[in-house]
Design a protein around this ligand. Structure first.
Ligand SMILES: *Cc1c(COP(=O)(O)O)cnc(C)c1O
Length: 508
C-alpha cells in the first residue's frame, strides 16, 4: 500500500476545486533515491573477480550511491512518472514551432535491429558498412530535399546545427581574411538564433518586422554591410508565415558579402514542395525530431543535420561518409579534402538511432508522401485558424498560414483571463497547451501547430475545447481559469522559479 499513497493533491482537494468529474488516485511519487534502499539491488550478479592491480589505486572506495530497487519497483516508478506527463501518444500536442507529430512505430522497429542498435562508434569501418550506407543515403535524401550539395550530419539538435552553420560561415569569412562581427536576426526569431550567434562570438542585431509579420526588407538592407557575417531567417517564420520576399532577402544578403542562414526547424511545412537551395540559402539545420518524426527526447537525443551550399561545403565539420571501390569510409582527419573543415562538433558520428528513424520515415513515405506531409500540415493549421477565428483573434488574419496558426490575446481583453490561464485550463481538457508568449512580437501569443498526423476528429475535439474555454472566459467564469490546472498531479507551479533556481541535485 505504501506505493499507492494518495498524494500531494488529495482527492478531497481535487473535488473541492475541480470544475467537474471525479478523479483517480494521484500517486505521490518520491524520487527514485528516496524510494530505493542502499542495501539491496535488483540484479543478481556474481561477485567480480577483482584484479585491482590494473587500476593504479583508482579503485572506488565508497559505494557509488545508486538506489537499489527490484525490477517491478523500478518499472512502476517510471511508468507512474510517465503518467504524470502528457505524451504525443495520449492526445494532441499542439506546441507551435515544435512539430509534435506521431512517431511511426516502424521507425522504432527498424532502429532496434541489432545491426543498428548494438553498434559501437569505435568499431572498424569494415564492420559497419551497412550503418555507413544508411548515413550516406540519409545524406542523399537531405541534399535532394533541400537542393543543397553538402550536409553535416553530426549536430545533435537544432541549436547545435545553428552553431555548426555559423562556425562554417565564420570559417568561410576567415579564409578570405574577412573578420565580420555581426549576425542579423529578425525580431520574431526563436531564442536559439541570437543565443547561437552570441555563442559563436558575434554581435546580434535585430531586424524589424512588417505589420504583416514578415522581415522588413528596408530595415534589413539598412543593417547589412561590411560588418554583417550572416542573416538568420526562419522560413516559414515563427509567425507561421512564408517569407514571400525570401529571394530578395538572399539577394541583399549575398550582395553585402554575407551568408544566408535559414533556421529550418519549420521545414515540415514545405518539405517536398520547396527546396531551400533554390531560395538562395547557404546553410540550414533540419530538426530530424520535427520534420522527420524522430522522438523529441527530454533534452536529447536529437539530431540537427545542417545542409550547406557550395561556398560553405569545404568548411563542414568532420566526420563525413565517402564511398569508393572499397566500400564506405569515414573522413575523420582535417587533411586532404577535409583540410578546411572547421573541426568537429561531437566525439563520434552523431545520433545513429535518429538517422535510422529519419531514413525509415523518408523511405516509407516516399517523395509523394513527404510532399503530402507538407500539404496536410498546412491544411490542418488553416483549419484550426478558420475554426478558432470565430472566437479568438488571429494575429495575422489576412490570407492563409503555413503549418501553424498564431493568435494574440486581444480577444481576452476585459475578461481578466490571460494567455497563461487559457494554456493551464487546456491541461484540464486533456491537451498539452499550445506554445505561449512566443513569438515575442505578438502580444500574449498562442501558437498552435496541429501537424499532419492529427485526424480531423482530434483537431475538432481540440478546437471545441478551446472554443468552450473562450466562451467561459467571455462569460466571466474566471474561477475556471485562475486555479487551473485542477486535474494535473501538481497545480499551478512557479515556473519562473523552477527555471531560475532549479534544484538538480538530490541530497540525502
Ligand atoms: C525547435 C526550434 C529550434 C531549436 O531546435 P532544438 O532541436 O530544440 O535545439 C530552433 N528554431 C526554431 C524555429 C525551432 O522551432
Amino acid at each position: 500500500m505504501n506505493m499507492l499513497n494518495v498524494g500531494r493533491v488529495t482527492r478531497s482537494e481535487l473535488a473541492a476545486d475541480a470544475p467537474s468529474e471525479a478523479h483517480g488516485i494521484v500517486h505521490d511519487e518520491p524520487l527514485i533515491f528516496e524510494l530505493g534502499g542502499w542495501e539491496k539491488t535488483g540484479v543478481d550478479l556474481p561477485d567480480p573477480e577483482l584484479d585491482a592491480g590494473d587500476l593504479a589505486g583508482l579503485l572506488r572506495q565508497a559505494p557509488i550511491g545508486l538506489p537499489g530497487l527490484s525490477e517491478p519497483e523500478t518499472l512502476r516508478h517510471y511508468v507512474r512518472l510517465s503518467q504524470k506527463n502528457h505524451a504525443i501518444d495520449l492526445a494532441m500536442y499542439p506546441l507551435g514551432s515544435c512539430t509534435m507529430k506521431h512517431n511511426p512505430r516502424l521507425n522504432e522497429k527498424i532502429a532496434r535491429l541489432p545491426g543498428f542498435a548494438d553498434l559501437h562508434p569505435m568499431q572498424p569501418v569494415s564492420t559497419v558498412q551497412g550503418a555507413l550506407a544508411v548515413m550516406d543515403l540519409l545524406a542523399h535524401w537531405l541534399k535532394t530535399l533541400t537542393g543543397l550539395p553538402a550536409v553535416a550530419l553530426s549536430p545533435k539538435a537544432g541549436a547545435h546545427g545553428e552553431l555548426c552553420g555559423l562556425l562554417a560561415i565564420r570559417a568561410a569569412h576567415e579564409a578570405r581574411g574577412d573578420a565580420r562581427r555581426k549576425v542579423l536576426v529578425p525580431s520574431s526569431a526563436h531564442g536559439t538564433n541570437p543565443a547561437t550567434a552570441a555563442l559563436a562570438g558575434y554581435q546580434v542585431e535585430e531586424i524589424a518586422q512588417t505589420p504583416n509579420g514578415r522581415v522588413d526588407l528596408a530595415d534589413l538592407a539598412a543593417k547589412l554591410g561590411p560588418e554583417a557575417a550572416a542573416v538568420m531567417v526562419t522560413n516559414p517564420n515563427t509567425c507561421g508565415l512564408f517569407e514571400r520576399d525570401v529571394l530578395e532577402i538572399a539577394r541583399l544578403t549575398h550582395e553585402a558579402g554575407a551568408y544566408f542562414y535559414c533556421d529550418g526547424a519549420n521545414f515540415n511545412a514545405i518539405v517536398g514542395r520547396v527546396r531551400p537551395g533554390d531560395l538562395g540559402v547557404d546553410a540550414m539545420h533540419i530538426n530530424l525530431h520535427k520534420t522527420f518524426s524522430t522522438p523529441h527526447g527530454g533534452g536529447g537525443p536529437g539530431a540537427g543535420p545542417v545542409v550547406l551550399s557550395q561556398a560553405l561545403a569545404p568548411y563542414a565539420p568532420t566526420p563525413w561518409v565517402v564511398s569508393g571501390a572499397a566500400g564506405f569510409d569515414l573522413v575523420e582527419e582535417r587533411r586532404g579534402e577535409a583540410a578546411s573543415a572547421f573541426g568537429r562538433l561531437c566525439a563520434f558520428h552523431g545520433q545513429m538511432g535518429m538517422y535510422v528513424r529519419a531514413l525509415t520515415y523518408m523511405m516509407s513515405h516516399g517523395a509523394d508522401g513527404l510532399r503530402q506531409v507538407a500539404d496536410d500540415a498546412v491544411l490542418s493549421a488553416n483549419y484550426v485558424k478558420a475554426r478558432l477565428s470565430e472566437a479568438m483573434t488571429a494575429a495575422f488574419p489576412d490570407g492563409p498560414c503555413m503549418h501553424e496558426a498564431l493568435f494574440d490575446d486581444r480577444w481576452l481583453e476585459g475578461t481578466g483571463v490571460t494567455t497563461l490561464d487559457i494554456a493551464k485550463a487546456l491541461i484540464d481538457q486533456g491537451f498539452h497547451p499550445m506554445t505561449m508568449y512566443f513569438p515575442l512580437v505578438v502580444h500574449g501569443a498562442m501558437l498552435i501547430e496541429p501537424t499532419e498526423t492529427e485526424p480531423k476528429r482530434e483537431i475538432d475535439r481540440f478546437c471545441d475545447a478551446l472554443l468552450d474555454l473562450a466562451a467561459a472566459a467571455k462569460a466571466g467564469e474566471t474561477a475556471k481559469f485562475k486555479g487551473a490546472p485542477f486535474k494535473a498531479p501538481l497545480r499551478r507551479l512557479d515556473e519562473t522559479a523552477a527555471a531560475r533556481k532549479p534544484r538538480l541535485r538530490w541530497t540525502p
